[in-house]
Design a protein around this ligand. Sequence first.
Ligand SMILES: Cc1cc2nc3c(=O)[nH]c(=O)nc-3n(C[C@H](O)[C@H](O)[C@H](O)COP(=O)(O)OP(=O)(O)OC[C@H]3O[C@@H](n4cnc5c(N)ncnc54)[C@H](O)[C@@H]3O)c2cc1C
Length: 462
Amino acid sequence: VIAMNPHSRGVERGSISALRALPGFSIDEATSRRDQLDRSGYRPAGPPMAVVRASSEDEVEQVLRYANENLVPVVTRGAGTSLTGASTADRGEIVLDVSGMDEIFTIDAGNRMAIVGAGVITAELDAAAARQGLRYAPDPASVGISTIGGNIATNAGGVLGAKYGVTRDHVLELNAITGAGERLRSGRQTHKGVAGYDLTSLLVGSEGTLAVITRAAVKLRPAVTERVTMLASFPDTRTAAAAAQELLLAGLDAAAMELVDAPTLNAIARVDGELGEVTRAILLLQYDGAGAVSDSQRAEGVLGPLTSDVETTQDPVRADQLFAMRRRAIPSIELLGRVLIEDIVVPLPRLSDAIDGLRAIENELQTTIFVVAHAGDGNLHPMISVPGLEDGSPIPEAAWHVADRVFSLALNLGGSITGEHGVGLLKRDHVLRELGPVSLALHTAIKRVFDPRGILNPGKAF
Ligand SMILES: Cc1cc2nc3c(=O)[nH]c(=O)nc-3n(C[C@H](O)[C@H](O)[C@H](O)COP(=O)(O)OP(=O)(O)OC[C@H]3O[C@@H](n4cnc5c(N)ncnc54)[C@H](O)[C@@H]3O)c2cc1C
């Protein structure tokens, strides 16, 4: 399907006929307005030139050929759940929506591998694997709404990241069309293989700037049946962070170790209709596999001196309730106003220092920073809410100032400005601080090799 915006500028009608030739052409400004947005709240200056819903590699190739010939930027789009503006398309750009390429081609239990189209929703891949006693482990909180192609392009992480790794650790082979319009196969359908540069890893996390991923072979793992879930409450966020460090030092390998602070718990409680004020912070822990019960007992011992408030359950329904509560964190805070959702990561022993630093920024700048963290991999999501501002309104300078201080905090602690959401549009001005000039120059040179005319997602990521 192509929806071409009649008000777009730049390309004359004659040359658009190459796009018109693709099946299902339509013109619908409302659709294209919707498809140019993602979940960052960023609002582009004007409508895109066209929306193309590709259903095959051939169609993707045709769009890129057209874009190269006419020098029109292309923004590849999965489900558009990016929180950084990475999948927003600006005035005159083509939205290339690959969410329709959603076929699960193979679940190969013997090779512990699935081959899927880029548009497959990640939870659906996991469900298909589960039918063969396997699972796809990376589980961003958006697992039910985001695509595998988008997850690969952002190297999405999730709750299980510390124990099972992030998206990058699960990608074996990619089929893609480079920005120059060439078909590329990178990697291989084996669990080892080192011939050549690791172009697969380069494409993972490249935020749609190098190539359009059309198909992926990904690693599956055996499904886990035994799980013990623990909800531990602490008087404050720092103690919760210190507890996370004690659990790591004890050599315990939690499948999930999620930290949620009191302001975030209150935001969730308001949505759930529980109006009582929460003053504590929590760690939501899960131990899994054959040693789950003994690990959870050891964890209780480690937590003993820090809190006596621990709920331990093997009931899968209660566990689902607790993790669903955690997944409601971002949507609940979004209801309070316009939110800047940050995504810093620090070395594991610096988690408590990061919490102290965030509280110091709050006090100095007289603001509230909501915090959830994947404590097991040092990845914090400080969220800056601007009450009274609608979604889509520009973020005020004062909120950017808070974010700037949060980035400095992360870098000063030896960390990064983004652990899993990517740079996109919103963090582009800060990326030089982390990468440095030599790395940034190499990024620019690599971009030119894959995409010599700068067609793919210009102005994003670096
Ligand atoms: C409620 C909520 C919770 C979230 N939780 C998490 C979380 O826990 N962990 C996490 O990492 N992220 C999280 N995110 C962010 C987001 O869901 C992820 O970045 C996700 O990977 C984006 O997938 P998508 O299909 O929506 O991609 P899109 O938003 O459509 O695109 C994201 C980027 O990938 C590029 N892209 C998409 N598809 C392709 C393709 N086939 N080929 C090349 N480039 C492509 C786009 O151009 C863009 O740069 C969350 C978002 C929301 C709204």
